[in-house]
Ligand binder design. Structure first.
Ligand SMILES: Nc1ncnc2c1ncn2[C@@H]1O[C@H](COP(=O)(O)OP(=O)(O)OP(=O)(O)O)[C@@H](O)[C@H]1O
Ligand SMILES: O=C(O)c1ccc[n+]([C@@H]2O[C@H](COP(=O)([O-])O)[C@@H](O)[C@H]2O)c1
Length: 194
């Protein structure tokens, strides 16, 4: 049985914070593989400001290419939208009956987990690894003591895709915040200019 960590994200774009989290999990957990699942449409986010799926996938592909334990995944591209994680998990369990799937997420997502579709089902069947992040809101008490939720003791990295998109639109240099191959793709393609 292979242990897979699913790191779901809009990745618009993938940044050094994402990559550091994925690499930390690859190095310091018992997960065999981390799949970075590019989500076409988060049910809580507007689709209008999104770069198309293939461009976001390409950036995740480039970011993870030289990391053997990290892989990009386009599994949600052919599933109904918006993408509810519980549906994707059902699809994955069906397709890979011999894999054990855990979730990796930032603390901002844990703060809204009580609003996710069938979150109880997700929690009953999967471990969730939560990465610290400074954001508004509080984590519901029910999640603080849940045995399937594991807090990761890792340094906080305050980088967000929103900050990067805004900075590029304002002509700032964001090169250190992105994997080099992602930075050059964004630069070549003129993404997020305004
Ligand atoms: N700097 C960070 N530290 C910890 N977790 C993060 C960080 N950035 C993103 N994440 C987590 O990575 C996953 C995917 O994040 P997402 O693609 O939404 O990035 P984002 O930077 O939050 O994007 P946006 O600013 O567009 O909302 C989420 O679970 C999110 O909580
Ligand atoms: O299933 C849900 O109800 C649900 C609600 C909000 C977010 N999600 C998923 O959480 C993942 C993280 O989203 P994001 O935009 O914060 O990177 C992404 O795969 C979303 O589809 C899922």
């Amino acid at each position: 049985m292979k242990k897979i960590g699913l790191y779901f994200g809009t990745f618009n774009p993938i940044h050094t914070g994402h990559l550091a989290i994925a690499n930390y999990m690859a190095e310091y957990s018992d997960l065999d593989q981390i799949w970075m699942v590019v989500t076409p449409h988060n049910p809580f986010k507007k689709k209008s400001s999104l770069l198309n799926n293939n461009h976001r996938f390409e950036m995740v592909y480039r970011a993870t290419e030289s990391y053997p334990k990290l892989s990009p995944s386009d599994i949600e591209f052919t599933l109904p939208q918006p993408n509810y994680t519980v549906h994707t998990l059902a699809h994955l369990l069906d397709k890979y009956p011999n894999h054990q799937f855990s979730l990796i997420m930032g603390e901002d997502n844990l703060k809204s987990l009580h609003k996710w579709k069938n979150y109880e089902v997700i929690l009953e069947n999967h471990h969730i690894y939560v990465y610290p992040r400074i954001t508004q809101g509080i984590v519901e008490a029910q999640f603080l003591s849940n045995p399937n939720i594991h807090k990761i003791n890792a340094p906080i990295m305050e980088i967000s895709s929103t900050f990067i998109r805004k900075a590029i639109a304002e002509d700032k240099n964001v090169r250190p915040l992105l994997p080099e191959t992602v930075w050059s793709y964004i630069d070549e393609m003129n993404f997020y200019k305004s």
